[in-house]
Design a protein. Structure first.
Length: 276
């Protein structure tokens, strides 16, 4: 596990331990929620970073392929072309491409070196392209045309992803807006309608929230019930947004995390100012 994850977990346990000094108060639930956020945040940040790296791999491989096309078209063999372009900047792929070139220099067959390259990069787009390049080189086909076709295929795939992202971005925004409207409705129910119906309009006061003093069971029960509701809604809304936007449930975790943090903070602040 990465150091960042351990640091997050340690801080989370620290905050969780402190929260026990405030059991039965509004501060306890706030600290408990913050401990969960701090503990989960490093994992979500890593997921976002990992997605960014995967996207960069596709873009840099496209640049690498284009450079190979230009070199091969001049009559340079693909093996020599890879060695010639290895010192150019390819972001996250730079080290992998240098390793590929070094393997070719020491006599490792191109097909095997390409397979190792695809395994190290571990990207679907790169793996498919490398298989095509390896097969073309092995069969003695026109490697220049194959490389150009691969470059066009990768470019088209990247362009389609960007177009799809642009089209559905408005739907993602709508998903966030719908969640925020839902949250506002919940807050109105919690602080206006429910107290009028049950006659618990005076359920603790601002002073209790500000000082961490004891609050009535009815306030805690109502606040917690609505908090759990918006947290569950935020989690599943985020998952749905991620599936819609990127066709992956894993991608929805970052949206879920954002929505749940917003829900928790808004609920805590609302309880602090409007709890009475």
């Amino acid at each position: 596990m990465r150091l960042m994850h351990w640091i997050g977990i340690i801080f989370a346990f620290g905050i969780f331990g402190v929260s026990f000094f405030f059991i039965g108060t509004a501060v306890f639930f706030f600290l408990f929620g913050m401990s969960l956020i701090v503990g989960i945040a490093p994992f979500v940040v890593y997921l976002i970073y990992e997605a960014s790296v995967e996207n960069e791999k596709g873009q840099m491989f496209l640049e690498f392929t284009r450079n190979l096309v230009e070199s091969v078209k001049t009559g340079t063999p693909i093996s020599k072309s890879i060695v010639n372009v290895k010192d150019k900047s390819y972001g996250v792929l730079s080290d992998h491409i240098k390793k590929l070139a070094n393997q070719i220099n020491i006599g490792i067959p191109l097909e095997r070196a390409l397979k190792i390259f695809a395994r190290d990069v571990d990207n679907k787009v790169v793996t498919r392209a490398i298989i095509l390049i390896g097969q073309a080189e092995k069969s003695g086909g026109n490697i220049g045309e194959i490389l150009e076709a691969v470059a066009k295929a990768v470019s088209t795939s990247d362009k389609l992803k960007k177009e799809r992202k642009a089209v559905i971005s408005s739907l993602v925004v709508q998903g966030y807006i719908i969640f925020f409207i839902f949250m506002v409705i919940i807050l109105i129910l919690q602080f206006q309608i429910i107290p009028m119906i049950l006659g618990i309009g005076d359920i603790g006061g601002i002073a209790g929230g500000a000082t961490g003093g004891r609050v009535s069971a009815s306030q805690l029960q109502v606040s917690n019930a609505f908090l759990y509701l918006v947290l569950v809604q935020g989690f599943f809304s985020g998952i749905a947004i991620g599936k819609l936007a990127e066709k992956e449930f894993k991608a929805g975790l970052k949206h879920s995390f954002i929505l749940m943090i917003v829900a928790f903070l808004v609920s805590s602040i609302s309880n602090f100012f409007f709890g009475g």
